[in-house]
Design a protein around this ligand. Structure first.
Ligand code: 0X9
Ligand code: CA
Ligand code: ZN
Length: 438
C-alpha cells in the first residue's frame, strides 16, 4: 500500500487555521489555550473538552472548529497555539520506517511480537484477546517460564495505547517485553522475575485509533466506534466499569466529546478484551502507559477521596519516580490521579484497582509538556524513555511477586474460564469494593 499523499492530508488537518467548519467526517481540531480564570468562569470543565495540560496560567485544549465556535459564543477568549505546536508534530520522525518512522503501527507490532514468540519459545506466547470494531486483533504477549502452562503465578500487567495519538506508550511496554526475553539468559534478576511471575503485555489497546492517528489525523484519541449521532469514537479510558459515568466532569455523555464514555460500561471491544484478560489471572500490579506529562498517577481517579491503600500506592509510586530519576535525572511527579491531574471516571486503573486491589498506575511518559513536544516524541528519544522507565517496571514486577494483595470475594468461574464481574461492581460506587488494606 502506498501512502505518499498522506503527509499532505495530515498537514491539511492541522492547518485548519480558519474557522470554517470541518467536514462532518473529520472531527479534527487544533491546540488552543484559554486563561485559567476564563476556563473556570465559563465552567468549561463540564463540556467534555480535550484537555491537554495547564501551563503558565493557561489551559491547553485540542478544539474542533465547532468547539472554537462554542468558545466564541460563550465569549471565552482563546489563543490558537498552532504556530508553536505545528512544527513539532512532524519533527523527529524519519520516513525510513514509513509515515510513522520508528514507531510501531499495528501491523509492524504484530510482526515484531511474532518474532519475539518465535525466538523465545517456552518463554513467550502471543495471544489474541479480542477484535476491534474494524476487525483488528488485540494482542497480549505473555512472558513466563513454562509459558504454555497456566502455573497460577502472580501476574503483572503492562498496557499501552489506550489513546491513539500517544505513540510512545506502545513502545515502552513492547521494549520491556523484548528486554525480558533477550536478557533472560544473561541477567539473574530478569530470570528470577520471569520464573516467579506471569508478565502480560498489551502494547496496543486501541489499534483502530492508532491506525487513524497514523494515517488520517495525528491528534486522534478515541477508538473508532461509529456513534449514533454520526460522530466517531469512545474514549476507552472512560469506558471501564468502576464508577463509570460517575459525573460529567470526569467523562462525557456527549458522543462527539474526546472523553466520551460510551453507552455502557465495557461497551467497547477493547475494554471488554482487557476485562476478560484481567479477570482470568491473578494480577497483583499494573501500569497503563500514556503520554505526556511525566506523572505517575494512582487511584482514585473518579474522586479526590483517598483509596483504601493510599499510603502503599503513594510509597510504590514514589519509589518508581526515584528509580526513573536515578537513570538520568528526569523528574516524574507522583500522586493521586484526581489530585495531581484531573478527575476521570471509568478509567483503567480505577477498575483494575477495584477488582484486584493491586497497585495500579497510569504513567504519563515524557515529555513534560507541549513545549517539549507533547504527543510528538522524537523517535530518537524512544530508547531513552524506555531505559528511564525500565528500573521502575522491574521494581513493580518484583513488588508484585513479593506482596500478595487483598483479594476481593471469589467469583464463580464461568465455563469459558472467565470470571464475570459481579453486578455490584458495575454500579456506581462511592465506597471501594476492596477488603480493608493490609
Ligand atoms: O485523561 C486520561 O485518560 C489520562 N491522561 S491523558 O492525557 N493520557 O489522556 C489520565 C488518566 C489518569 N486518571 C486521572 N487523571 N484521574
Ligand atoms: Ca511460569
Ligand atoms: Zn492517554
Amino acid at each position: 500500500m502506498r501512502w505518499t499523499n498522506l503527509p499532505a492530508l495530515v498537514l491539511a488537518s492541522f492547518a485548519a487555521l480558519s474557522l470554517t467548519p470541518a467536514p462532518a467526517f473529520a472531527q479534527t481540531g487544533q491546540v488552543v489555550s484559554v486563561a485559567k480564570e476564563d476556563f473556570a468562569a465559563a465552567r468549561l470543565g463540564r463540556r467534555g473538552l480535550d484537555l491537554l495540560m495547564e501551563k503558565d496560567g493557561r489551559i491547553f485544549i485540542v478544539a474542533t472548529p465547532g468547539e472554537m465556535a462554542a468558545l466564541a459564543g460563550l465569549r471565552v477568549p482563546f489563543t490558537i497555539e498552532a504556530s508553536r505546536f505545528l512544527p513539532q508534530g512532524l519533527q523527529g520522525v524519519s520516513q525510513a520506517g514509513g509515515i510513522n518512522g520508528a514507531y510501531h503501527s499495528t501491523l509492524e507490532l504484530e510482526t515484531d511480537l511474532r518474532a519475539l514468540e518465535r525466538d523465545h519459545p517456552g518463554l513467550a506466547s502471543l495471544l489474541e484477546i479480542g477484535k476491534t470494531l474494524e476487525g483488528r486483533k488485540i494482542y497480549a504477549l505473555k512472558i513466563s517460564d513454562n509459558v504454555a502452562a497456566d502455573e497460577r503465578e502472580p501476574a503483572v500487567f503492562f498496557i499501552g495505547c489506550h489513546h491513539a495519538r500517544e505513540w510512545i506508550s506502545v513502545e515502552v511496554p513492547f521494549l520491556f517485553g523484548k528486554h525480558l526475553l533477550e536478557n533472560y539468559d544473561k541477567d539473574q534478576e530478569v530470570r528470577n522475575l520471569v520464573d516467579a511471575s506471569e508478565i502480560w503485555i498489551v502494547p496496543i489497546a486501541n489499534p483502530d485509533g492508532l491506525e487513524y492517528s497514523i494515517h488520517v489525523y495525528r491528534y486522534w484519541r478515541k477508538n473508532r466506534r461509529a456513534n449514533a449521532d454520526g460522530t466517531f469514537g469512545v474514549d476507552i479510558n472512560r469506558n471501564y466499569g468502576y464508577a463509570w459515568g460517575f459525573d460529567n466532569i470526569g467523562s462525557s455523555g456527549l458522543p462527539g466529546s474526546d472523553v466520551y464514555r460510551g453507552t455502557a460500561p465495557f461497551s467497547e471491544p477493547e475494554t471488554a478484551a482487557i476485562r476478560g484478560l484481567f479477570l482470568a489471572h491473578d494480577f497483583r500490579a499494573m501500569i497503563s502507559f500514556h503520554s505526556f506529562a511525566q506523572d505517575i498517577l494512582f487511584p482514585w481517579g473518579y474522586t479526590t477521596e483517598a483509596a483504601p491503600t493510599d499510603a502503599e500506592l503513594g510509597a510504590v509510586a514514589g519509589t518508581m519516580a526515584g528509580l526513573i530519576a536515578g537513570v538520568r535525572g528526569t523528574a516524574y511527579s507522583s500522586g493521586q490521579a484526581s489530585r495531581l491531574l484531573y478527575l476521570t471516571n471509568g478509567d483503567t486503573v480505577d477498575w483494575t484497582y477495584s477488582i484486584a486491589g493491586a497497585p495500579s498506575y497510569t504513567i504519563e511518559l515524557s515529555p513534560v509538556d507541549i513545549d517539549h513536544g507533547g504527543f510528538f516524541n522524537d523517535e530518537a528519544a524512544i530508547g531513552a524513555i524506555f531505559e528511564e522507565n525500565l528500573p521502575a517496571m522491574l521494581y513493580l514486577t518484583r513488588y508484585a511477586i513479593d506482596n500478595p494483595v487483598p483479594r476481593p470475594p471469589r467469583v464463580r468461574v464461568r465455563r469459558d474460564g472467565i470470571r464475570p464481574v459481579p453486578e455490584s461492581r458495575l454500579k456506581l460506587a462511592r465506597t471501594p469494593v476492596l477488603r480493608p488494606s493490609r
